[in-house]
Design a protein around this ligand. Sequence first.
Ligand SMILES: [Fe+2]
Length: 165
Amino acid sequence: MKQLILRQLLDPESHTYSYILGDMESKEAVLIDSVSEQTERDLQLIDELGLKLKLILETHVHADHITGAWKLKQKTGAPILLSKFSSVDMADRLLDDGENLQIGQLLITAISTPGHTKSCMSFLWNGKVFTGDTLLIRAAGRCDFQEGSAEQLYESITNNTNRIF
Ligand SMILES: [Fe+2]
């Protein structure tokens, strides 16, 4: 039987949700959308769960939150993965639409969802999708600054529903 866990964490300052996915069998973890100020909290929780961080994923890079990815990589050696459309050089691997990532029993599919930024990526895992700022609770992310496009955001949300649900 698969022993997979999900933990949702909030950074109250930036209102950013981070997610830890864990495979309790292989003891491997993936962290999505870390926040710089919460690095110690995240590492402590991963440690308390008996897991090792193996993959750092970013749905996007944006001024509204400062990622903890670099600090996490320095402390754990885990690689940073993000969209191939990102214009940052911190990535260890750039992801294309539809790529599958396997960490232990964690199978994650990268789905390109531009609009909030041109390089936004959502991650599908175990019937759940982590959308970053593309799709929020009762709202969509803003697209009026930093490479945003309302048309692209609409297409990203409406064209991908059959892949997600
Ligand atoms: Fe954002």
